[in-house]
Design a protein around this ligand. Structure first.
Ligand code: SF4
Length: 458
């Protein structure tokens, strides 16, 4: 149960015969795990862009009446978690921008590492920013490039050449829907279809939710333009070394999603199996910490032969609306999210599989819950290596001084969280969890080797 948050989720659809806003609503519900702070949908009707967005979960923000007013032939949507920019309503996306060539709507997932530099330059040329999000910087850059470009997709490409960092982008103009993925491919972005509709989504689980077919991943650096139902792909910026965030496979993505030819659930199972090989231990049961620890626990169990059981029940309804307790009752916060099945763990030697340890406090509380429930031994197995560096590409892996692995050894961490033993997935095995993948990976938060120079941010 990582203390970390997903970045954002984007969705776009060209569907002149259907109900793009309605479809986007269902797809955003399927992508809700990527952001629970706010969401929005923008539609294109007769070359005009209309939108509705607010803070809250998708089913809190939208209702039938609102959706029925969002008629159009194409739509883009967004679910947000703020890793850059504040938690204000203005930062909720899609961002709609009026400029000299018309109107643009933009949904963006990821963090840009040279925002400050570009923003400074734009401000010196008269730009006034209304939000604190990277997305507005991207939007301004595209709008500025559009003035001297022959087309909006050309402007997107020129803007992409300036941008460093993670961005899976959807841009809707009066006539076109454009999907673009940064040349490193940090964040996933997929292409799907349903009858005559063309669809883009952060994860393929959104296609399943709307009965669409997954066609392929958008290539790192690729720009796909849809105009009057015709699709064009520009691959001029493709071909560099890709760096998909490997933590998508460990934690961020939904287990039923397919990213770069790998089913996320299978990657997690492999991580669990590698852990069992790396760090075997005599025990009675294997339990996973929901949600992402469950697939890894299955892998551990299958490899080790130690039966897997359900040790925790997760409260699914807690999310954003939960009033967070004060510091001294944080234990209550964990208990509100997770409950131990006491009869399962009582008197047992338990292997607890979780996706990560960040600061160590949450892990300590979960181990305590197992002990309070009567577990005889608790052996913690983590399906990722130890975090030792922050992330600058759209997740909230925090600064080095907050990461427990930079303060304590593995043995000391085990003592700190009161586990009988602790083992992280080795770096070597991390890179074996997705053997069928069509891309390379970023592992910066585990190694400090970032695919982009971030020395100005460290
Ligand atoms: S630094 Fe870590 S969390 Fe950030 S993109 Fe790279 S692998 Fe993912």
């Amino acid at each position: 149960m990582a203390e970390l948050h997903e970045e954002c989720g984007v969705f776009g659809i060209y569907d002149p015969e259907g109900n793009p806003a309605g479809t986007t609503y269902y797809a955003l519900v399927a992508l809700q795990h990527r952001g629970q702070e706010g969401c929005g949908i923008a539609v294109n009707r007769d070359r005009e862009i209309y939108q509705y967005k607010d803070q809250g979960l998708v089913n809190e923000v939208f209702n039938e009446e609102i959706l029925s007013k969002l008629k159009g032939r194409m739509a883009i949507g967004h679910v947000r978690y703020s890793t850059a920019g504040g938690k204000t309503r203005e930062n909720v996306q899609p961002l709609v921008l009026r400029y000299i060539k018309g109107t643009l709507a933009i949904s963006h997932n990821g963090n840009i590492t040279n925002t400050a530099e570009i923003k400074h330059e734009l401000e010196h040329n008269g730009a006034i920013f209304q939000t604190t999000s990277d997305t507005e910087v991207i939007a301004y850059l595209i709008a500025r490039e559009r003035i001297t470009s022959t087309s909006i997709e050309e402007a997107v490409k020129r803007a992409m050449k300036r941008l460093k960092g993670a961005f899976s982008l959807l841009v809707m103009s009066p006539n076109k829907l454009i999907a673009a993925r940064d040349p490193w491919g940090f964040r996933p972005l997929s292409l799907g279809k349903r009858d005559n509709a063309v669809i883009f989504a952060s994860e393929t689980c959104a296609f399943d939710a709307i009965d669409a077919e997954f066609v392929r991943d958008i290539r790192p650096g690729e720009i796909i333009t849809l105009e009057d139902g015709e699709m064009r792909s520009d691959t001029e910026l493709c071909g560099g070394k890709s760096s998909l965030c490997i933590f998508e496979h460990i934690y961020f993505a939904r287990p039923d999603s397919i990213i770069e030819n790998e089913v996320v659930h299978e990657c997690r199972k492999r991580a669990g199996a590698f852990l069992a090989e790396q760090a075997p231990v005599d025990a009675d049961i294997v339990i996973g910490v929901p949600d992402s620890g469950l697939s890894a626990a299955q892998g551990y169990s299958e490899y080790s032969g130690i039966p897997q059981d359900t040790g925790f029940i997760k409260n699914k309804y807690i999310a954003r609306t939960f009033i967070k307790p004060t510091q001294d009752s944080r234990e209550t916060a964990v208990k509100m999210k997770l409950n131990v099945l006491k009869n399962v763990v009582r008197g047992k030697r338990v292997i607890m599989v979780d996706d990560s340890i960040v600061r160590g406090t949450t892990s300590g509380r979960i181990v305590k819950m197992l002990r309070d429930a009567g577990a005889k031994e608790v052996h913690v197995r983590i399906s990722s290596p130890a975090f030792t560096w922050p992330c600058f590409f759209g997740t909230d892996v925090p600064s080095r001084d907050q990461l427990i692995a930079n303060k304590l050894s593995v043995k000391e961490t085990a003592d700190y969280i009161n586990a009988d033993s602790l083992e992280y997935l080795s770096l070597e095995n991390l890179h074996k969890i997705a053997p069928n993948s069509t891309c390379s990976f970023c592992d910066g938060c585990f190694t400090g080797n970032y695919p982009i120079d971030v020395s100005h941010l460290l």
